[in-house]
Design a protein around this ligand. Structure first.
Ligand code: FAD
Length: 418
């Protein structure tokens, strides 16, 4: 097993973690990472946060050059994998090379998608996924007077907060009736909306952008479906992503909102696995889901490394968690809000809130704003073997931290309810 040739397609968060974990687990064979972006692999979360201010690409690097040398990991950057030959167990790259594998791992991530909006072919219309995108935006931001953000999801709102702090006027246009609707409870949407509006960001809900308007090679604003015109000189389109599954589909693997894998993260071909943003993994109640988060990329990579090196067939299971920094707000989510049938606010102060989501009377998610202690406790509780019921939470006075501490030894109700 440990002499096998492993080829990883992609060189993002999941790919790098996998390469590191394979060596940590004792894999001795060749590891080759093939990624189509140039340079050393980097982390994406700061691109919409601190990087806009600092602009230091060195701080984004996931592993230095010495890591690849020390661990005998071959990194082929700026190289695209064009096809997979499953019978021959090779991949072909766009520079004409062929790489043989015993195990192939697809960690191809996702790419931005843009809804049908007319116009907007100029450089003032930007997107944000890569370091190159972030650099373009950072340079433009210095002389932007009014930034228009199409899409009130995590990335659009993180950028909006940064742009506002940089002194620009900012308008966010969201077509749904609330912010971040796919991933957070209505109460969190409302809390964040109120905060951003108070910080001077204009936010329009139910606002469908029909056209990006330009004049003499410059963007001058957008027009909404109802005919309303909004003037602006920079437009960020942040309307979600689609998984990069074409390579897998062309090789005959099942792709349905991501490359479909089983609970061991293998595709229908036992020699090919998929992890990270591109993978559709088994979720609760027989569903399949794709999690676009650093946690999922890293936990799936660690899990897969164990299977490849030790042949363990354990099912992948990890508590999903996520964060988003938006100005003065640190939003953290543990568990899955999508499966919750009821939400309850258990703490609310000016810049702080904690909201519990239940599914069938059991703890399913905890959303926190500026409450990192509760977030960490929630991750422990959601990872507990016995589900946490509504009665147990009530008995503890909704003290998540005390409940989580009780988990370590014999749970002490007197502490929990003190
Ligand atoms: P990626 O990091 O996207 O890496 C995939 C790589 O594969 C890419 O470089 C891609 O170009 C390459 N590739 C694709 N096809 C090929 C091919 N055929 N050949 C070669 N290479 C190929 N998550 C959080 O948890 N918290 C956050 O606060 C957060 N903030 C974010 C902010 C931004 C601006 C962005 C863009 C993402 C953010 N995320 C955040 C999400 C997180 O960064 C992703 O979930 C994570 O990067 C997924 O890692 P990955 O390795 O699966 O994919």
């Amino acid at each position: 097993m440990s002499g096998e040739r492993i080829v990883i397609v992609g060189s993002g968060q999941a790919a790098i973690q996998l390469a590191a974990s394979l060596r940590q687990e004792g894999h001795e064979g060749p590891i080759t990472l093939i990624g189509d972006e140039p340079g050393l692999p980097y982390q994406r979360p700061p691109l919409s946060k601190g990087y806009m201010k600092e602009g230091d690409p060195e701080r984004l690097v996931l592993k230095p050059q010495s890591f690849f040398e020390r661990n005998a990991i071959t990194l082929c950057d700026a190289t695209r994998v064009a096809s997979i030959d499953r019978a021959a167990r090779t991949v072909a790259t766009d520079d004409g090379a062929t790489h043989g594998y015993d195990q192939l791992v697809l960690a191809t991530g996702a790419r931005n998608v843009r809804p049908p909006i007319a116009g907007g072919t100029h450089s003032d219309v930007v997107e944000l996924r890569t370091l190159a995108h972030a650099e373009t935006i950072r340079r433009r931001l210095a002389d932007t007077r009014h930034a228009i953000v199409v899409g009130g999801g995590f990335i659009g709102l993180e950028f909006a907060a940064m742009a506002r702090l940089a002194g620009a006027r900012v308008t966010v246009l969201e077509s749904a009736d609330r912010l971040m609707a796919r991933a957070v409870s209505p109460a969190i949407s409302d809390f964040v909306l109120a905060h951003h509006r108070a910080a001077g960001i204009a936010i329009r809900l139910g606002a469908k952008v029909a056209r990006i308007d330009d004049e003499a090679e410059r963007v001058v604003g957008v027009t909404l479906a109802d005919g309303t015109g909004i003037e602006g000189d920079l437009v960020l389109v942040a309307t979600g992503v689609a998984p990069n599954g074409e390579l897998a589909a062309a090789a005959g693997l099942v792709v349905a909102n991501g490359i479909v894998v089983d609970e061991t993260l293998a595709t229908g071909d036992p020699a090919i696995s998929a992890i990270g943003d591109c993978a559709s993994v088994p979720g609760p109640l027989g569903t399949h889901l794709r999690l676009e988060s650093v946690q999922a990329a890293m936990d799936q990579a660690r899990h897969l490394a164990k299977r490849i090196v030790h042949g363990t067939a354990a099912a992948y299971h990890a508590v999903p968690w996520f964060w988003s920094d938006q100005g003065a707000l640190k939003l953290q989510i543990a568990g899955l809000t999508s499966g919750a049938d009821r939400f309850e606010t258990i703490r609310q102060e000016e810049l702080v809130t904690v909201i519990i989501g239940y599914r069938d009377g059991q703890l399913a998610s905890v959303e926190t704003i500026n409450a990192p202690g509760e977030h960490m406790a929630a991750r422990k509780l959601l990872g507990r073997e016995a589900p946490v019921g509504v009665d147990e939470l009530r008995d503890s006075g909704f003290d998540l931290r005390a409940l989580a501490k009780g988990q370590a030894g014999s749970r002490d109700r007197s502490v929990a309810s003190a």
